[in-house]
Design a protein around this ligand. Structure first.
Ligand SMILES: *[C@@H]1O[C@H](CO)[C@@H](O)[C@H](O)[C@H]1NC(C)=O
Ligand SMILES: *[C@@H]1O[C@H](CO)[C@@H](O)[C@H](O)[C@H]1NC(C)=O
Ligand SMILES: *[C@@H]1O[C@H](CO)[C@@H](O)[C@H](O)[C@H]1NC(C)=O
Ligand SMILES: *[C@@H]1O[C@H](CO)[C@@H](O)[C@H](O)[C@H]1NC(C)=O
Length: 475
């Protein structure tokens, strides 16, 4: 779509590029559109992508409406201070192999709102403290969005971001951070207007203590693809969160208390693509009063969601969409949610065990989904019992013995399962042990009695028995 638009514009608008293929140095051409593509997009775009620049091109134009400068895929290793460029609102310097950036490099770009420095192998040393400085402290940069993704950042100097009071969106995803150092936490915490923070794919296994406490306006937090093995308690300090993404982390279970009452503003929660997520416990989501969208899909080991996972959660008011497709769910409790009032329910690609506990799904819920969202019913298939394996849930409704919990329905392997064998083994051991104990007790009793001088009666009884036996034999 975007490509089509660009091609269209390309054919309509001024088109002038340097075709000789040599690296471009400063030139005295004053019209940048002689060197780059100037596209009447919204905003107006000067596209110098892939133009083999090794330095900033001459930028002396005076554009009187908002515009965007695209300098990606060049070889501008050194970023000097930009000249005054009125109305430049977005600057993309991605993929240049930047080696250094001058102090206050962007100070003259008074209208700049978005800056992209992605894919540059930037380190904290390159991004030193005064890179983002404005012309002076009274005139900080008005930058609202900064993209530092796909670099080589292990940290950030503590004051690097202090000149960006208006920053609302920060992308640091895909950097080898591992453990957010104190300096970096400080740098991020100075951004009091920050609303969106992307820390995905940073190898994080925890968040620093109280990391999010100062970010009072943070609405969107993305921690996808890290190494978090539990829901970090620090997310509960981000009181304004409306969106939280924990996709792809090695979390094994979601429990009560993972999401506290402090997260009552969260409207959308993503817990998908988790390789080892196995269960969701009772009251796991009970504190999320405003949850409207829950995406919990593609978790190959997620076999169960506790039927009380949403208890105390005022459902009638909020939850609208739930995505549970492609998990390992075998059953689902009818009472877990007011299923029929939800706008979107996706339960496809789970190995459903079609017994009596799932009858409601086939008879009540699926027909409803079929009417409202037919595409969400294409793959609702039984994995058990054997007789129904591979059949759509809706196709076995009305079949004799369908959705039955009565015998002869016997779950696979019950008879000779390891558990049964273990029980039998334990039983046999117990029997042998009690026999031994019984024999030993008998033996001791005999001994004790003999010590107490009661042997006589025993012997007598024995001899009587023997006599009796002899008599019988003789008779
Ligand atoms: C560009 O500058 C060079 C010297 O740097 C000069 O020789 C050339 O004439 C200039 N070209 C134009 C079009 O001004
Ligand atoms: C550029 O345009 C602005 C108005 O947008 C004007 O104030 C300024 O003087 C112009 N500068 C130059 C160098 O032409
Ligand atoms: C990235 O920068 C580091 C030093 O900060 C260097 O060792 C490494 O080779 C660079 N990687 C690439 C792909 O340029
Ligand atoms: C920051 O935002 C405020 C409020 O929107 C605005 O008044 C101010 O001019 C902005 N600062 C800069 C440097 O753009």
């Amino acid at each position: 779509m975007k490509a089509v638009l660009i091609i269209f514009v390309y054919s309509v608008v001024i088109l002038a590029t340097n075709a000789d293929g040599s690296p471009r140095k400063h030139s005295n051409k004053t019209n940048i559109c002689m060197q780059c593509m100037c596209l009447t997009l919204q905003p107006y775009t000067v596209d110098c992508m892939n133009a083999r620049y090794e330095e900033l091109p001459p930028l002396t134009m005076n554009i009187t409406y908002p515009w965007k400068l695209q300098l990606t895929h060049n070889k501008i290793r050194h970023i000097p201070q930009f000249p005054l460029l009125h109305n430049l609102i977005k600057l993309d310097l991605g993929r240049n192999g930047i080696k250094n950036i001058d102090e206050a490099a962007f100070a003259n770009l008074y209208d700049l709102k978005g800056l992209v420095l992605a894919y540059n192998n930037l380190s904290a040393e390159i991004l030193e403290t005064h890179v983002f400085k404005g012309t002076n402290m009274l005139q900080p940069l008005g930058l609202e969005e900064l993209d530092l993704s796909y670099n080589n950042l292990h940290s950030l100097e503590g004051h690097t971001l202090q000149y960006l009071p208006n920053l609302t969106k920060l992308h640091i995803n895909n950097n080898p951070i591992h453990d957010i150092p104190y300096d970096m936490a400080t740098a991020i915490n100075t951004l009091e207007n920050l609303e969106e923070l992307d820390l995905s794919q940073c190898n994080l296994d925890r968040l620093p203590y109280h990391f999010l406490t100062d970010l009072r306006k943070l609405r969107k937090l993305t921690l996808a693809g890290n190494k978090l093995s539990i829901v970090p308690a620090e997310v509960n300090y981000a009181h304004s969160l409306t969106y939280l993404n924990l996709n792809g982390n090695p979390i094994t279970t979601i429990m009560k208390g993972d999401f506290s009452e402090a997260l009552r503003n969260v409207q959308e929660l993503e817990l998908s693509g988790m390789p080892v997520l196995r269960s969701v416990g009772p009251e796991a989501f009970s504190s999320l009063d405003h949850l409207a969208v829950l995406k919990m899909c593609d978790n190959p080991k997620l076999r169960s969601i506790n039927m009380y996972a949403f208890t105390f959660f005022d459902l009638n008011r909020q939850l609208q969409e739930i995505y549970l497709q492609s998990n390992a769910l075998t059953t689902l409790a009818e009472d877990m949610l007011p299923w029929t009032t939800l706008k979107v329910v996706d339960l496809q690609n789970n190995p459903w065990s079609c017994d009596c506990k799932l009858r409601w799904l086939a008879e009540d819920l699926i027909p409803l989904i079929e009417r409202t969202n037919p595409s969400k019913t294409l793959s609702l298939i039984c994995a058990e019992p054997d007789t129904d394996r591979g059949h759509k849930l809706t196709n076995i409704v009305g079949k004799p013995n369908a959705f039955s919990c009565d015998p002869p329905y016997i779950p696979k392997y019950t008879i000779y399962s390891p558990v049964a064998i273990a029980i039998i083994a334990v039983g046999i051991t117990l029997m042998i042990t009690s026999a031994i104990i019984f024999a030993y007790t008998l033996y001791r009793r005999t001994k004790v009695k003999s010590l107490l001088g009661e042997t006589v009666r025993y012997r007598r009884a024995h001899s009587i028995d023997e006599d009796g036996y002899d008599e019988i034999v003789e008779s």
